[in-house]
Design a protein around this ligand. Structure first.
Ligand code: NAD
Length: 366
């Protein structure tokens, strides 16, 4: 049983299937894309140990052979050395222009393997099989691929849309609770940026969803993916509206840099803290009511998530140093920082017009 969301890009439209049992059915869904009955799969060691066999069995059931490569888990894998290892292995496997590369894993694997597919032989097709909540609701959809640089996150990459996304919510059951909740940070982001009714729904259903309720998980992933698909269809390369999806990310990227992309702060946790800070900044600037940031923080707290800078383990640089780290963000335009702020829950907008002192104040109080 699955739901389907279509990403409607001219000439590159694709489906995102969301449901259970999709790994077992992978062969049925991937076969129509193939020119020969063989795929290559790249995964990370955690995911491969848990789910690679099911995927390969699902492919074999449709007569599809597969070879697999396993990389270390973690953000550090989104780097030049691992990109090179991927492309070398894909060439060793004699992957041709018409073949399909499968990315089985969280956002790290999806971003890295998508980028490898984008540059291999000037572009081969790939299928995303996202296994973390974050990857199912966000990173597997929309075609942003890439790796991190010494200068910051995701600074080297390409837009390369997948040919299909198989989001099997059954695999979310093996996520560590902390990884699940990190992904929930991106789910909340959708409600906050453009769908107040979804945020209301999450306030009611969030705890059930975290406890493992499958229909609630399917619904949360479907609504998130639908919103992302709609935005990406209208603005694939982020000339305008797509930037709304970066709610919380300018703060998040600075915090990730400050914590060395380490276990101190997962990306989705940084997004949640970043959303709380973006609402605090919006209220400070008189754009939304004071109740809005309180409501955002209350929901994140109810879910057992990090909401404040003080929730991040260890020392953080001061406000001025964090501000400088924000200056490395891709969203800097002509030297000016771009922020996603909100007029209320579900009503975000992008602006470059934010007084530096207000940002520093929020960072000092956050
Ligand atoms: N391309 C985009 O549009 C986009 C959007 C948002 C985030 N991202 C990127 O996504 C990355 C974060 O993604 P993530 O949170 O999925 O991180 P991740 O890929 O590191 O996965 C988190 C952890 O969960 C493990 N894991 C994944 N699925 C599992 C499962 N089913 N069972 C058990 N363990 C599992 C992984 O091995 C890893 O240890 C960041 O690099 C971020 O920049 C990209």
């Amino acid at each position: 049983m699955h739901e389907t969301v279509n990403v409607n890009l001219p000439g590159r439209a694709y489906d995102v299937l969301i449901g259970t049992g999709l790994l077992a059915e992978a062969g049925t869904h991937i076969a129509p894309l193939l020119k020969r009955s063989r795929v290559v799969i790249i995964s990370d060691e955690n995911v491969a140990a848990l789910h690679l066999d099911s995927l390969q069995d699902g492919l074999r059931a449709n007569g599809i052979d597969s070879a697999a490569m396993t990389l270390p888990a973690g953000e550090a894998t989104k780097s030049w050395p691992h990109l090179m290892a991927c492309t070398d292995w894909l060439l060793d496997q004699k992957v041709e222009r018409g073949d399909i590369v499968v990315a089985l894993g969280g956002g790290v694997i999806g971003d890295l393997v998508g980028f490898a597919a984008a540059i291999l032989r000037r572009g081969v097709r790939f299928v995303q099989v996202p296994t973390s909540l974050l990857a199912q609701v966000d990173s597997s959809v929309g075609g942003k691929t890439g790796i991190n640089a010494r200068h910051g996150k995701n600074l080297i990459g390409a837009f390369h849309q997948p040919s299909l996304v198989l989001a099997d919510v059954g695999v979310l059951g093996t996520l560590r609770p902390r990884d699940f909740l990190a992904g929930y940070g991106e789910v909340v982001k959708y409600g906050l940026l453009g769908d107040a009714a979804f945020f209301d729904w999450l306030e009611g259903q969030g705890p059930k969803l975290a406890a493992g309720d499958v229909p609630a998980r399917i619904e949360a992933v479907r609504r998130s993916v639908q919103m992302k698909a709609d935005i990406v269809s209208r603005d694939e390369t982020e000339q305008g509206e797509r930037a709304l999806l970066n709610l919380g990310h300018t703060f998040c990227h600075a915090l990730e840099a400050a914590t060395g992309y380490s276990d101190r702060l997962f990306h989705g946790e940084g997004v949640a803290v970043g959303c709380a800070l973006a609402f605090a900044l919006s209220a400070r600037l008189g754009l939304c009511s004071q109740e809005d940031p309180s409501r955002v923080r209350a929901h994140l707290r109810d879910m057992g998530m990090k909401t404040d800078l003080a929730d991040i383990d260890g020392e953080l640089p001061g406000p001025q140093a964090l501000l400088e780290l924000m200056g490395q963000d891709k969203k800097v335009v002509q030297g000016q920082l771009r922020f996603v702020l909100a007029r209320g829950i579900g009503d975000a907008f992008v602006t470059g017009d934010v007084p530096t002192q207000a940002i520093l104040d929020v960072l000092r109080d956050g």
